[in-house]
Design a protein around this ligand. Structure first.
Ligand code: CA
Length: 225
């Protein structure tokens, strides 16, 4: 799961990022409203967490521009202002939930999970062949058998399974599953693919992870790919 956090207060963004990373969410940060808007329209995120008081473009304005441009990603608003009229205005504007600062991390996490659960039935499950991934509980099954993955193995599998039949380069995988500080360390991808294969492919006859020579990796259950 990938979250965009739009927040200019470093103390808050560090606290939120560290906490969400520990829960295996990948977090991208935008420190102003314009950057937030550009990132939210350029990449598919599962959730946007948006502060209202932002430099360059307010959170309220950011959300209404996104909705005008048919970006329907769920938005959780963070704010120090707790007046009722602000809340109503932002809900009308397209926000999905609201959290007043200061907040406990556990409450933020509970609200994020609730927003993820609210997505249409079926969209929280990914299936490729007999492999099933529950995006909310992060449970992985193959042939009905539960497989235990580490958080990075899970992140890698979720990314591959979100793009079935599509070749993902090592650089794309690094950027999605790890972060910028790992750029150039693409060997790490091969290591994790090996670990993942041991768990999701080795015990089964039908292999799902394909190596595409000099291009990258692909997850597919089809014979013609
Ligand atoms: Ca702020």
């Amino acid at each position: 799961m990938r979250i965009l956090l739009v927040e200019d207060e470093e103390k808050v963004s560090r606290f939120v990022t560290l906490g969400l990373n520990a829960e295996q969410f990948v977090v991208d940060l935008a420190a102003d409203g314009i950057t937030g808007y550009e990132m939210a329209t350029a990449h598919p995120y599962d959730i946007l967490v948006v502060d209202l008081m932002l430099p360059r473009l307010s959170g309220t304005e950011l959300i209404s521009r996104l909705r005008q441009n048919q970006v329907e990603t769920p938005v959780l608003v963070l704010t120090a202002r707790d007046q009722l009229d602000d809340k109503i205005k932002n809900f009308e504007n397209g926000a999905d939930d609201y959290l007043t600062k200061p907040f406990a991390f556990a409450e933020l996490l509970a609200r994020i999970r609730a927003l993820l659960r609210r997505r249409p039935v079926g969209s929280t499950m990914l299936t490729v062949g007999d492999l099933e991934i529950d995006l909310v509980t992060r449970q992985v099954k193959r042939g009905g058998k539960v497989l235990r993955l580490t958080s990075k193995e899970y992140g890698l599998l979720e990314y591959l399974a979100s793009n079935p039949g599509r070749v993902l380069s090592r650089t794309m995988i690094i950027q999605y599953v790890w972060d910028q500080s790992f750029e150039g360390l693409t060997n790490i991808v091969d290591v994790y693919i090996r670990h993942l294969r041991q768990k999701i492919d080795d015990p089964f006859d039908r292999k799902l992870i394909r190596t595409v020579r000099s291009a990258g990796y692909m997850l597919s259950d089809r014979d013609d790919e």
